[in-house]
Design a protein around this ligand. Structure first.
Ligand SMILES: *[C@@H]1O[C@H](CO)[C@@H](O)[C@H](O)[C@H]1NC(C)=O
Ligand SMILES: *[C@@H]1O[C@H](CO)[C@@H](O)[C@H](O)[C@H]1NC(C)=O
Ligand SMILES: *[C@@H]1O[C@H](CO)[C@@H](O)[C@H](O)[C@H]1NC(C)=O
Ligand SMILES: *[C@@H]1O[C@H](CO)[C@@H](O)[C@H](O)[C@H]1NC(C)=O
Ligand SMILES: *[C@@H]1O[C@H](CO)[C@@H](O)[C@H](O)[C@H]1NC(C)=O
Ligand SMILES: *[C@@H]1O[C@H](CO)[C@@H](O)[C@H](O)[C@H]1NC(C)=O
Length: 486
Protein backbone atom coordinates (compact mmCIF):
# COMPACT_ATOMS: atom_id res chain seq x y z
CA UNK A 1 0.00 0.00 0.00
CA UNK A 2 1.41 3.35 -1.02
CA UNK A 3 1.75 6.19 1.35
CA UNK A 4 -0.56 9.00 0.33
CA UNK A 5 1.12 11.92 -1.26
CA UNK A 6 1.08 15.04 0.94
CA UNK A 7 -0.98 16.76 -1.72
CA UNK A 8 -3.75 14.21 -1.28
CA UNK A 9 -3.81 14.89 2.42
CA UNK A 10 -4.45 18.49 1.70
CA UNK A 11 -7.26 17.74 -0.70
CA UNK A 12 -9.00 15.31 1.62
CA UNK A 13 -8.67 17.83 4.39
CA UNK A 14 -10.44 20.33 2.22
CA UNK A 15 -13.19 17.84 1.50
CA UNK A 16 -13.54 17.07 5.19
CA UNK A 17 -13.62 20.76 6.03
CA UNK A 18 -16.43 21.34 3.59
CA UNK A 19 -18.28 18.40 5.08
CA UNK A 20 -17.85 19.82 8.58
CA UNK A 21 -19.08 23.21 7.54
CA UNK A 22 -22.21 21.56 6.10
CA UNK A 23 -22.88 19.56 9.19
CA UNK A 24 -22.81 22.70 11.26
CA UNK A 25 -25.71 23.89 9.09
CA UNK A 26 -27.43 20.49 9.62
CA UNK A 27 -27.39 19.81 5.90
CA UNK A 28 -26.13 16.44 4.76
CA UNK A 29 -22.72 16.84 3.16
CA UNK A 30 -23.91 15.13 0.02
CA UNK A 31 -27.35 16.61 -0.24
CA UNK A 32 -28.59 17.00 -3.76
CA UNK A 33 -29.38 20.63 -3.10
CA UNK A 34 -26.13 21.57 -1.39
CA UNK A 35 -24.88 24.88 -2.66
CA UNK A 36 -21.35 23.59 -2.30
CA UNK A 37 -22.03 20.55 -4.43
CA UNK A 38 -20.03 21.86 -7.33
CA UNK A 39 -17.06 22.61 -5.12
CA UNK A 40 -17.31 19.09 -3.74
CA UNK A 41 -17.43 17.58 -7.20
CA UNK A 42 -14.42 19.62 -8.19
CA UNK A 43 -12.51 18.51 -5.12
CA UNK A 44 -13.50 14.88 -5.68
CA UNK A 45 -12.44 15.07 -9.28
CA UNK A 46 -9.05 16.44 -8.35
CA UNK A 47 -8.68 13.71 -5.75
CA UNK A 48 -9.61 10.98 -8.17
CA UNK A 49 -7.29 12.37 -10.79
CA UNK A 50 -4.32 12.48 -8.44
CA UNK A 51 -5.16 9.08 -7.05
CA UNK A 52 -5.12 7.65 -10.52
CA UNK A 53 -1.75 9.24 -11.19
CA UNK A 54 -0.38 7.68 -8.04
CA UNK A 55 -1.84 4.29 -8.84
CA UNK A 56 -0.22 4.43 -12.24
CA UNK A 57 3.10 5.45 -10.72
CA UNK A 58 3.25 3.10 -7.79
CA UNK A 59 1.00 0.12 -8.33
CA UNK A 60 2.07 -2.69 -10.60
CA UNK A 61 -0.28 -3.14 -13.55
CA UNK A 62 -1.79 -6.31 -11.99
CA UNK A 63 -5.25 -5.60 -10.59
CA UNK A 64 -4.99 -5.02 -6.88
CA UNK A 65 -7.10 -7.46 -4.86
CA UNK A 66 -8.17 -4.92 -2.28
CA UNK A 67 -8.78 -1.31 -3.30
CA UNK A 68 -7.53 1.32 -0.97
CA UNK A 69 -10.05 2.42 1.65
CA UNK A 70 -9.60 6.01 0.54
CA UNK A 71 -10.33 5.17 -3.07
CA UNK A 72 -13.41 3.16 -2.22
CA UNK A 73 -14.62 6.00 0.02
CA UNK A 74 -14.25 8.54 -2.75
CA UNK A 75 -15.72 6.13 -5.27
CA UNK A 76 -18.75 5.68 -3.03
CA UNK A 77 -19.20 9.40 -2.58
CA UNK A 78 -18.78 9.92 -6.31
CA UNK A 79 -21.49 7.38 -7.00
CA UNK A 80 -23.76 9.12 -4.54
CA UNK A 81 -23.12 12.42 -6.28
CA UNK A 82 -23.78 10.87 -9.67
CA UNK A 83 -26.89 9.02 -8.49
CA UNK A 84 -28.06 12.14 -6.78
CA UNK A 85 -27.64 14.29 -9.88
CA UNK A 86 -29.31 11.65 -12.02
CA UNK A 87 -32.25 11.28 -9.60
CA UNK A 88 -32.56 14.98 -9.50
CA UNK A 89 -32.62 15.27 -13.29
CA UNK A 90 -35.14 12.48 -13.58
CA UNK A 91 -37.43 14.08 -11.08
CA UNK A 92 -37.09 17.46 -12.81
CA UNK A 93 -37.87 15.84 -16.15
CA UNK A 94 -40.90 14.13 -14.64
CA UNK A 95 -42.10 17.47 -13.29
CA UNK A 96 -41.65 19.12 -16.68
CA UNK A 97 -43.56 16.29 -18.31
CA UNK A 98 -46.47 16.86 -15.98
CA UNK A 99 -46.37 20.64 -16.20
CA UNK A 100 -47.03 20.84 -19.94
CA UNK A 101 -50.11 23.05 -20.08
CA UNK A 102 -52.76 22.58 -22.71
CA UNK A 103 -54.84 25.56 -23.87
CA UNK A 104 -57.95 25.46 -26.06
CA UNK A 105 -57.19 25.89 -29.77
CA UNK A 106 -60.12 28.27 -30.06
CA UNK A 107 -59.95 31.08 -27.52
CA UNK A 108 -63.46 32.42 -26.94
CA UNK A 109 -62.10 35.66 -25.48
CA UNK A 110 -61.24 36.75 -29.01
CA UNK A 111 -64.53 35.87 -30.70
CA UNK A 112 -64.96 39.48 -31.82
CA UNK A 113 -61.56 39.57 -33.54
CA UNK A 114 -61.25 35.97 -34.59
CA UNK A 115 -58.92 36.58 -37.52
CA UNK A 116 -57.06 39.68 -36.37
CA UNK A 117 -53.58 39.88 -34.89
CA UNK A 118 -52.75 36.72 -32.98
CA UNK A 119 -56.32 35.50 -33.77
CA UNK A 120 -58.49 33.25 -31.61
CA UNK A 121 -56.63 30.19 -32.89
CA UNK A 122 -53.62 29.38 -30.69
CA UNK A 123 -54.12 32.86 -29.30
CA UNK A 124 -51.10 32.80 -27.00
CA UNK A 125 -48.72 32.48 -29.92
CA UNK A 126 -47.35 35.14 -32.22
CA UNK A 127 -46.35 34.68 -35.83
CA UNK A 128 -42.92 35.38 -37.17
CA UNK A 129 -43.10 37.80 -40.02
CA UNK A 130 -40.47 39.34 -42.23
CA UNK A 131 -41.47 42.24 -44.45
CA UNK A 132 -43.35 40.98 -47.51
CA UNK A 133 -43.03 37.32 -46.53
CA UNK A 134 -45.58 34.81 -45.33
CA UNK A 135 -46.57 34.98 -41.62
CA UNK A 136 -46.17 31.68 -39.80
CA UNK A 137 -45.21 29.88 -36.65
CA UNK A 138 -42.62 27.16 -36.65
CA UNK A 139 -41.89 24.57 -33.97
CA UNK A 140 -39.31 23.94 -32.69
CA UNK A 141 -37.75 27.34 -33.19
CA UNK A 142 -35.94 30.03 -31.29
CA UNK A 143 -39.22 31.76 -30.50
CA UNK A 144 -40.67 28.53 -29.07
CA UNK A 145 -37.50 28.05 -26.95
CA UNK A 146 -36.90 24.89 -28.97
CA UNK A 147 -40.17 23.38 -27.81
CA UNK A 148 -42.33 21.21 -30.03
CA UNK A 149 -45.99 21.77 -30.77
CA UNK A 150 -48.32 19.21 -29.17
CA UNK A 151 -52.00 18.81 -29.95
CA UNK A 152 -54.76 16.98 -28.12
CA UNK A 153 -58.35 16.28 -29.10
CA UNK A 154 -60.11 15.66 -32.36
CA UNK A 155 -63.42 17.43 -31.92
CA UNK A 156 -65.09 18.31 -35.19
CA UNK A 157 -67.82 20.54 -33.72
CA UNK A 158 -66.21 22.84 -31.17
CA UNK A 159 -62.65 24.09 -31.40
CA UNK A 160 -62.50 24.95 -27.72
CA UNK A 161 -62.46 21.19 -27.02
CA UNK A 162 -59.22 20.75 -28.91
CA UNK A 163 -55.98 21.80 -27.28
CA UNK A 164 -52.40 22.83 -27.95
CA UNK A 165 -49.26 23.00 -25.83
CA UNK A 166 -45.52 23.37 -26.19
CA UNK A 167 -43.06 20.83 -24.79
CA UNK A 168 -39.35 20.13 -24.98
CA UNK A 169 -38.55 17.00 -26.97
CA UNK A 170 -36.86 15.38 -23.92
CA UNK A 171 -39.86 15.95 -21.70
CA UNK A 172 -42.92 15.39 -23.83
CA UNK A 173 -46.21 15.00 -21.95
CA UNK A 174 -46.92 11.54 -20.50
CA UNK A 175 -48.01 9.04 -23.17
CA UNK A 176 -47.49 11.55 -26.00
CA UNK A 177 -46.95 10.18 -29.50
CA UNK A 178 -44.11 11.83 -31.37
CA UNK A 179 -44.95 12.31 -35.03
CA UNK A 180 -41.89 12.43 -37.24
CA UNK A 181 -41.35 14.63 -40.24
CA UNK A 182 -42.84 17.98 -41.20
CA UNK A 183 -46.44 18.73 -40.24
CA UNK A 184 -48.46 21.54 -41.82
CA UNK A 185 -51.11 22.88 -39.44
CA UNK A 186 -53.67 24.99 -41.26
CA UNK A 187 -56.29 27.36 -39.92
CA UNK A 188 -59.07 28.20 -42.34
CA UNK A 189 -61.83 30.57 -41.30
CA UNK A 190 -64.06 29.19 -44.06
CA UNK A 191 -63.88 25.74 -45.60
CA UNK A 192 -61.53 23.43 -47.43
CA UNK A 193 -64.12 22.24 -49.94
CA UNK A 194 -64.60 25.67 -51.48
CA UNK A 195 -61.77 26.04 -53.94
CA UNK A 196 -61.27 29.75 -53.33
CA UNK A 197 -61.19 29.46 -49.51
CA UNK A 198 -59.20 26.25 -49.69
CA UNK A 199 -56.64 27.82 -51.99
CA UNK A 200 -56.31 30.87 -49.74
CA UNK A 201 -55.46 28.56 -46.86
CA UNK A 202 -52.75 26.62 -48.71
CA UNK A 203 -50.99 29.47 -50.53
CA UNK A 204 -48.92 30.43 -47.47
CA UNK A 205 -47.67 26.84 -47.15
CA UNK A 206 -46.57 26.93 -50.77
CA UNK A 207 -44.69 30.16 -50.05
CA UNK A 208 -43.09 28.59 -46.96
CA UNK A 209 -42.10 25.52 -48.98
CA UNK A 210 -40.49 27.67 -51.65
CA UNK A 211 -38.63 29.73 -49.07
CA UNK A 212 -37.43 26.74 -47.02
CA UNK A 213 -35.56 24.54 -49.44
CA UNK A 214 -38.70 23.07 -51.01
CA UNK A 215 -39.39 20.89 -47.97
CA UNK A 216 -42.65 18.97 -48.36
CA UNK A 217 -45.03 17.99 -45.56
CA UNK A 218 -45.37 14.46 -44.19
CA UNK A 219 -48.90 15.31 -43.09
CA UNK A 220 -51.46 18.10 -42.89
CA UNK A 221 -53.71 18.96 -39.98
CA UNK A 222 -56.70 21.01 -41.04
CA UNK A 223 -58.66 23.22 -38.66
CA UNK A 224 -61.67 25.42 -39.10
CA UNK A 225 -62.36 27.52 -35.98
CA UNK A 226 -60.21 25.00 -34.11
CA UNK A 227 -62.44 22.13 -35.23
CA UNK A 228 -60.68 19.29 -36.97
CA UNK A 229 -61.40 18.84 -40.67
CA UNK A 230 -60.64 15.55 -42.36
CA UNK A 231 -60.59 16.43 -46.02
CA UNK A 232 -59.93 19.06 -48.65
CA UNK A 233 -61.97 19.30 -51.83
CA UNK A 234 -60.73 17.08 -54.64
CA UNK A 235 -59.51 19.98 -56.81
CA UNK A 236 -57.41 21.28 -53.92
CA UNK A 237 -56.19 17.78 -53.03
CA UNK A 238 -54.89 17.29 -56.56
CA UNK A 239 -53.31 20.73 -56.62
CA UNK A 240 -51.49 19.95 -53.36
CA UNK A 241 -50.48 16.54 -54.64
CA UNK A 242 -48.95 18.22 -57.69
CA UNK A 243 -47.27 20.99 -55.71
CA UNK A 244 -45.73 18.81 -53.01
CA UNK A 245 -45.06 15.71 -55.13
CA UNK A 246 -47.40 13.36 -53.32
CA UNK A 247 -50.97 12.98 -52.22
CA UNK A 248 -51.58 15.03 -49.08
CA UNK A 249 -52.00 12.95 -45.92
CA UNK A 250 -54.69 14.54 -43.75
CA UNK A 251 -54.24 13.61 -40.09
CA UNK A 252 -57.37 12.49 -38.26
CA UNK A 253 -55.75 11.21 -35.02
CA UNK A 254 -57.96 8.17 -35.26
CA UNK A 255 -55.25 5.70 -34.31
CA UNK A 256 -55.22 6.35 -30.57
CA UNK A 257 -57.74 7.29 -27.93
CA UNK A 258 -59.90 10.39 -27.89
CA UNK A 259 -57.55 12.32 -25.59
CA UNK A 260 -54.32 11.14 -27.14
CA UNK A 261 -51.51 13.69 -27.17
CA UNK A 262 -49.52 14.11 -30.37
CA UNK A 263 -46.31 16.09 -30.58
CA UNK A 264 -44.64 17.03 -33.83
CA UNK A 265 -40.98 16.78 -34.66
CA UNK A 266 -41.37 19.84 -36.88
CA UNK A 267 -44.55 21.84 -37.38
CA UNK A 268 -45.47 24.94 -39.37
CA UNK A 269 -48.71 26.73 -38.47
CA UNK A 270 -50.55 29.16 -40.77
CA UNK A 271 -53.56 31.19 -39.72
CA UNK A 272 -53.43 34.35 -41.86
CA UNK A 273 -53.75 33.02 -45.40
CA UNK A 274 -51.77 35.29 -47.73
CA UNK A 275 -51.97 38.15 -45.21
CA UNK A 276 -48.71 40.10 -45.05
CA UNK A 277 -47.29 38.66 -48.25
CA UNK A 278 -46.15 41.11 -50.91
CA UNK A 279 -47.56 40.83 -54.44
CA UNK A 280 -44.20 39.53 -55.61
CA UNK A 281 -44.19 36.71 -53.03
CA UNK A 282 -47.77 35.76 -53.81
CA UNK A 283 -47.01 35.61 -57.52
CA UNK A 284 -44.07 33.33 -56.80
CA UNK A 285 -46.35 30.95 -54.89
CA UNK A 286 -48.91 30.90 -57.72
CA UNK A 287 -46.11 30.47 -60.28
CA UNK A 288 -44.92 27.42 -58.41
CA UNK A 289 -48.40 25.87 -58.23
CA UNK A 290 -49.03 26.55 -61.92
CA UNK A 291 -45.72 25.05 -62.90
CA UNK A 292 -46.17 21.96 -60.72
CA UNK A 293 -49.77 21.47 -61.86
CA UNK A 294 -48.67 21.47 -65.50
CA UNK A 295 -45.90 18.98 -64.82
CA UNK A 296 -48.30 16.80 -62.84
CA UNK A 297 -50.56 16.72 -65.89
CA UNK A 298 -47.65 15.74 -68.15
CA UNK A 299 -47.48 19.12 -69.78
CA UNK A 300 -44.55 21.40 -70.39
CA UNK A 301 -44.31 24.16 -67.78
CA UNK A 302 -43.15 26.54 -70.50
CA UNK A 303 -45.12 29.44 -71.85
CA UNK A 304 -47.21 28.60 -74.87
CA UNK A 305 -46.32 29.95 -78.28
CA UNK A 306 -46.85 33.63 -78.92
CA UNK A 307 -48.68 33.15 -82.24
CA UNK A 308 -52.11 32.16 -80.97
CA UNK A 309 -54.67 33.75 -78.70
CA UNK A 310 -56.90 31.41 -76.76
CA UNK A 311 -60.26 32.81 -75.67
CA UNK A 312 -62.23 30.50 -73.37
CA UNK A 313 -65.86 30.78 -72.32
CA UNK A 314 -65.87 28.92 -69.03
CA UNK A 315 -69.54 28.14 -68.42
CA UNK A 316 -71.46 27.37 -65.27
CA UNK A 317 -74.69 25.47 -64.95
CA UNK A 318 -77.45 26.60 -62.57
CA UNK A 319 -76.96 29.78 -60.51
CA UNK A 320 -74.99 32.52 -62.26
CA UNK A 321 -75.04 30.79 -65.60
CA UNK A 322 -75.80 32.72 -68.78
CA UNK A 323 -79.49 32.75 -69.59
CA UNK A 324 -78.74 32.33 -73.26
CA UNK A 325 -75.39 30.69 -73.81
CA UNK A 326 -75.65 30.45 -77.56
CA UNK A 327 -76.09 34.20 -77.95
CA UNK A 328 -73.19 34.98 -75.59
CA UNK A 329 -70.98 32.42 -77.35
CA UNK A 330 -71.95 33.92 -80.70
CA UNK A 331 -70.85 37.42 -79.67
CA UNK A 332 -67.43 36.28 -78.52
CA UNK A 333 -66.97 33.90 -81.44
CA UNK A 334 -67.59 36.76 -83.84
CA UNK A 335 -65.01 39.06 -82.19
CA UNK A 336 -62.46 36.28 -81.85
CA UNK A 337 -62.95 35.47 -85.54
CA UNK A 338 -61.82 38.99 -86.45
CA UNK A 339 -58.39 38.48 -84.88
CA UNK A 340 -55.64 36.45 -86.53
CA UNK A 341 -54.72 33.38 -84.51
CA UNK A 342 -57.64 33.69 -82.09
CA UNK A 343 -59.25 30.44 -81.11
CA UNK A 344 -62.52 30.29 -79.17
CA UNK A 345 -63.11 27.45 -76.72
CA UNK A 346 -66.26 26.71 -74.73
CA UNK A 347 -66.04 24.51 -71.64
CA UNK A 348 -68.13 23.57 -68.62
CA UNK A 349 -66.41 23.75 -65.26
CA UNK A 350 -68.63 21.08 -63.72
CA UNK A 351 -67.41 18.12 -65.75
CA UNK A 352 -63.69 18.72 -66.32
CA UNK A 353 -61.06 16.74 -64.49
CA UNK A 354 -58.27 18.64 -62.73
CA UNK A 355 -55.85 17.99 -65.57
CA UNK A 356 -58.43 19.01 -68.17
CA UNK A 357 -58.78 22.30 -66.33
CA UNK A 358 -55.01 22.75 -66.17
CA UNK A 359 -54.68 22.00 -69.86
CA UNK A 360 -57.55 24.32 -70.82
CA UNK A 361 -56.10 27.17 -68.77
CA UNK A 362 -52.65 26.68 -70.26
CA UNK A 363 -54.20 27.33 -73.69
CA UNK A 364 -56.22 30.33 -72.50
CA UNK A 365 -55.16 33.97 -72.78
CA UNK A 366 -58.60 35.43 -72.14
CA UNK A 367 -60.91 33.76 -69.63
CA UNK A 368 -64.56 34.77 -70.05
CA UNK A 369 -66.65 33.51 -67.15
CA UNK A 370 -69.43 34.37 -64.69
CA UNK A 371 -68.53 35.10 -61.08
CA UNK A 372 -68.01 31.74 -59.34
CA UNK A 373 -65.52 29.27 -57.92
CA UNK A 374 -64.50 28.02 -61.38
CA UNK A 375 -62.70 31.36 -61.85
CA UNK A 376 -60.15 30.25 -59.25
CA UNK A 377 -58.56 28.28 -62.08
CA UNK A 378 -57.36 31.55 -63.58
CA UNK A 379 -53.94 31.31 -61.92
CA UNK A 380 -53.30 28.25 -64.10
CA UNK A 381 -53.12 30.51 -67.17
CA UNK A 382 -49.77 32.01 -68.09
CA UNK A 383 -48.97 35.20 -66.26
CA UNK A 384 -50.42 38.42 -67.73
CA UNK A 385 -53.46 36.60 -69.12
CA UNK A 386 -56.85 38.33 -68.98
CA UNK A 387 -60.08 37.70 -67.08
CA UNK A 388 -63.55 39.01 -67.98
CA UNK A 389 -66.13 38.49 -65.24
CA UNK A 390 -69.94 38.65 -65.23
CA UNK A 391 -72.40 39.28 -62.40
CA UNK A 392 -76.17 38.95 -62.16
CA UNK A 393 -78.30 41.85 -61.00
CA UNK A 394 -78.00 43.20 -57.47
CA UNK A 395 -74.52 42.01 -56.52
CA UNK A 396 -72.72 45.35 -56.59
CA UNK A 397 -74.76 46.83 -53.74
CA UNK A 398 -75.49 43.72 -51.73
CA UNK A 399 -72.84 41.05 -52.11
CA UNK A 400 -70.16 42.63 -49.92
CA UNK A 401 -66.38 42.56 -50.49
CA UNK A 402 -66.47 38.84 -51.25
CA UNK A 403 -67.54 39.67 -54.77
CA UNK A 404 -64.04 41.06 -55.43
CA UNK A 405 -62.15 37.84 -54.71
CA UNK A 406 -61.42 37.21 -58.39
CA UNK A 407 -60.06 40.72 -58.76
CA UNK A 408 -57.74 39.88 -55.87
CA UNK A 409 -56.69 36.49 -57.12
CA UNK A 410 -55.98 38.03 -60.53
CA UNK A 411 -53.75 40.60 -58.93
CA UNK A 412 -52.01 38.08 -56.66
CA UNK A 413 -51.33 35.57 -59.40
CA UNK A 414 -50.16 38.14 -61.96
CA UNK A 415 -53.24 38.15 -64.20
CA UNK A 416 -55.09 41.14 -65.63
CA UNK A 417 -58.65 41.49 -64.42
CA UNK A 418 -60.34 43.29 -67.30
CA UNK A 419 -63.36 44.36 -65.30
CA UNK A 420 -66.81 42.95 -64.75
CA UNK A 421 -70.14 43.30 -66.46
CA UNK A 422 -73.08 43.65 -64.12
CA UNK A 423 -76.47 42.74 -65.49
CA UNK A 424 -78.89 45.64 -64.98
CA UNK A 425 -81.86 43.28 -65.39
CA UNK A 426 -82.88 40.31 -63.35
CA UNK A 427 -85.23 38.87 -60.79
CA UNK A 428 -87.61 41.27 -59.10
CA UNK A 429 -87.25 41.68 -55.36
CA UNK A 430 -90.34 42.74 -53.43
CA UNK A 431 -88.38 44.31 -50.56
CA UNK A 432 -87.16 47.93 -50.76
CA UNK A 433 -84.36 48.53 -53.25
CA UNK A 434 -81.18 47.72 -51.30
CA UNK A 435 -82.71 45.50 -48.63
CA UNK A 436 -80.25 42.78 -47.67
CA UNK A 437 -83.00 40.19 -47.93
CA UNK A 438 -82.93 40.69 -51.70
CA UNK A 439 -79.52 39.05 -51.82
CA UNK A 440 -81.05 35.63 -51.29
CA UNK A 441 -82.94 36.18 -54.54
CA UNK A 442 -80.03 37.75 -56.47
CA UNK A 443 -77.53 35.19 -55.23
CA UNK A 444 -78.78 32.51 -57.59
CA UNK A 445 -79.70 34.91 -60.38
CA UNK A 446 -78.73 34.16 -63.94
CA UNK A 447 -76.92 36.45 -66.37
CA UNK A 448 -78.27 38.06 -69.53
CA UNK A 449 -76.28 39.90 -72.15
CA UNK A 450 -75.72 43.22 -73.88
CA UNK A 451 -74.43 42.57 -77.35
CA UNK A 452 -73.05 46.07 -77.90
CA UNK A 453 -71.20 46.06 -74.62
CA UNK A 454 -69.85 42.51 -74.87
CA UNK A 455 -68.60 43.01 -78.42
CA UNK A 456 -66.78 46.25 -77.64
CA UNK A 457 -65.30 44.85 -74.46
CA UNK A 458 -64.09 41.72 -76.23
CA UNK A 459 -62.49 43.83 -79.00
CA UNK A 460 -60.60 45.96 -76.50
CA UNK A 461 -59.26 42.99 -74.56
CA UNK A 462 -58.35 41.11 -77.74
CA UNK A 463 -56.43 44.12 -79.03
CA UNK A 464 -54.51 44.46 -75.80
CA UNK A 465 -53.62 40.77 -75.72
CA UNK A 466 -52.62 40.84 -79.37
CA UNK A 467 -50.31 43.80 -78.78
CA UNK A 468 -48.73 42.06 -75.81
CA UNK A 469 -48.16 38.90 -77.84
CA UNK A 470 -46.45 40.87 -80.61
CA UNK A 471 -44.14 42.43 -78.04
CA UNK A 472 -43.43 39.01 -76.60
CA UNK A 473 -42.63 37.61 -80.01
CA UNK A 474 -40.27 40.52 -80.71
CA UNK A 475 -38.43 40.13 -77.41
CA UNK A 476 -38.17 36.33 -77.77
CA UNK A 477 -38.94 36.03 -74.09
CA UNK A 478 -40.34 32.54 -74.46
CA UNK A 479 -37.16 31.07 -73.04
CA UNK A 480 -37.16 27.67 -71.42
CA UNK A 481 -38.65 27.62 -68.00
CA UNK A 482 -38.27 25.48 -64.92
CA UNK A 483 -40.35 25.17 -61.76
CA UNK A 484 -38.83 26.85 -58.72
CA UNK A 485 -38.89 23.58 -56.77
CA UNK A 486 -38.07 21.33 -59.72
C1 LIG B 1 -26.00 4.25 -7.32
O1 LIG B 1 -26.89 3.62 -8.26
C2 LIG B 1 -26.49 2.28 -8.57
C3 LIG B 1 -27.45 1.79 -9.67
O2 LIG B 1 -28.67 2.42 -9.62
C4 LIG B 1 -26.57 1.41 -7.28
O3 LIG B 1 -26.19 0.09 -7.60
C5 LIG B 1 -25.64 1.98 -6.25
O4 LIG B 1 -25.76 1.27 -5.04
C6 LIG B 1 -25.96 3.46 -5.97
N1 LIG B 1 -24.95 4.00 -5.10
C7 LIG B 1 -25.23 4.73 -4.03
C8 LIG B 1 -24.06 5.20 -3.25
O5 LIG B 1 -26.38 5.04 -3.77
C1 LIG C 1 -50.52 6.39 -19.98
O1 LIG C 1 -50.86 5.15 -20.60
C2 LIG C 1 -51.02 4.08 -19.70
C3 LIG C 1 -51.24 2.80 -20.51
O2 LIG C 1 -52.16 3.03 -21.53
C4 LIG C 1 -52.20 4.39 -18.74
O3 LIG C 1 -52.35 3.37 -17.83
C5 LIG C 1 -51.91 5.69 -18.03
O4 LIG C 1 -53.01 6.06 -17.22
C6 LIG C 1 -51.61 6.80 -19.01
N1 LIG C 1 -51.19 7.99 -18.27
C7 LIG C 1 -51.72 9.18 -18.50
C8 LIG C 1 -51.21 10.28 -17.66
O5 LIG C 1 -52.56 9.36 -19.35
C1 LIG D 1 -81.41 32.24 -77.11
O1 LIG D 1 -81.70 33.27 -78.02
C2 LIG D 1 -82.07 32.78 -79.32
C3 LIG D 1 -82.22 33.98 -80.23
O2 LIG D 1 -83.00 34.98 -79.66
C4 LIG D 1 -83.34 31.95 -79.21
O3 LIG D 1 -83.69 31.43 -80.47
C5 LIG D 1 -83.11 30.81 -78.24
O4 LIG D 1 -84.30 30.08 -78.04
C6 LIG D 1 -82.59 31.34 -76.92
N1 LIG D 1 -82.22 30.25 -76.07
C7 LIG D 1 -82.57 30.15 -74.82
C8 LIG D 1 -82.07 28.94 -74.07
O5 LIG D 1 -83.25 30.99 -74.27
C1 LIG E 1 -70.50 18.89 -69.55
O1 LIG E 1 -71.60 19.56 -68.98
C2 LIG E 1 -72.35 20.34 -69.91
C3 LIG E 1 -73.45 21.08 -69.17
O2 LIG E 1 -73.97 20.32 -68.16
C4 LIG E 1 -72.91 19.42 -71.01
O3 LIG E 1 -73.62 20.19 -71.96
C5 LIG E 1 -71.75 18.70 -71.68
O4 LIG E 1 -72.22 17.81 -72.65
C6 LIG E 1 -70.91 17.96 -70.66
N1 LIG E 1 -69.74 17.41 -71.32
C7 LIG E 1 -69.31 16.19 -71.09
C8 LIG E 1 -68.09 15.76 -71.83
O5 LIG E 1 -69.87 15.44 -70.31
C1 LIG F 1 -46.33 40.91 -67.90
O1 LIG F 1 -46.52 42.26 -68.27
C2 LIG F 1 -45.61 43.14 -67.69
C3 LIG F 1 -46.01 44.57 -68.01
O2 LIG F 1 -46.81 44.66 -69.13
C4 LIG F 1 -44.21 42.79 -68.18
O3 LIG F 1 -43.27 43.67 -67.60
C5 LIG F 1 -43.90 41.37 -67.76
O4 LIG F 1 -42.63 40.97 -68.28
C6 LIG F 1 -44.93 40.41 -68.26
N1 LIG F 1 -44.70 39.12 -67.63
C7 LIG F 1 -44.66 38.00 -68.31
C8 LIG F 1 -44.36 36.76 -67.53
O5 LIG F 1 -44.88 37.97 -69.50
C1 LIG G 1 -75.65 48.05 -73.70
O1 LIG G 1 -74.34 48.57 -73.66
C2 LIG G 1 -74.18 49.80 -74.34
C3 LIG G 1 -72.71 50.14 -74.38
O2 LIG G 1 -72.16 50.16 -73.10
C4 LIG G 1 -75.05 50.87 -73.68
O3 LIG G 1 -74.92 52.09 -74.35
C5 LIG G 1 -76.49 50.40 -73.69
O4 LIG G 1 -77.28 51.29 -72.98
C6 LIG G 1 -76.63 49.02 -73.10
N1 LIG G 1 -77.97 48.52 -73.29
C7 LIG G 1 -78.74 48.12 -72.32
C8 LIG G 1 -80.09 47.61 -72.71
O5 LIG G 1 -78.39 48.16 -71.15
Amino acid sequence: MTKPHPQIDRTTTTTAAIGKKHQSRTISPFSCYSPQLSLLILATCVTLFILCQIQILHVPPISSPSPSPLRSFISHQWQTVTNCTQDNLNSMAERLRHSVTFLPLKDLRYTDKAVQGHTWFMSSMYDSHEEGEVQYQQFPSKSSDDRLLCLKGRDTHDGSWNYYALAWPETLPVNATLMKGLTFVSYNHYNYDNIWHGLSAVVPFVAWHRKNGCESPTRWILYHWGELRLRMGSWLTTLMEATFNGEPVIEGFDGGDEDGVYCFEKAVVMRHNEGGMSREKRMEAYDLMRCKARMHCNMSPERRDANNIGMTLFMRTGPRSFKNESIVTGIFRKECGKVDGCKLMVAYSNNLTFCEQVKLMSMTDILVSPHGAQLTNMFLMDRNSSVMEFFPKGWLKLAGVGQYVYHWIASWSGMRHQGAWRDPDGEKCSFPKYDRRCMSIYKSGRIGYNETYFAEWARNVLNEVKAMKELEKASQSASSYECACG
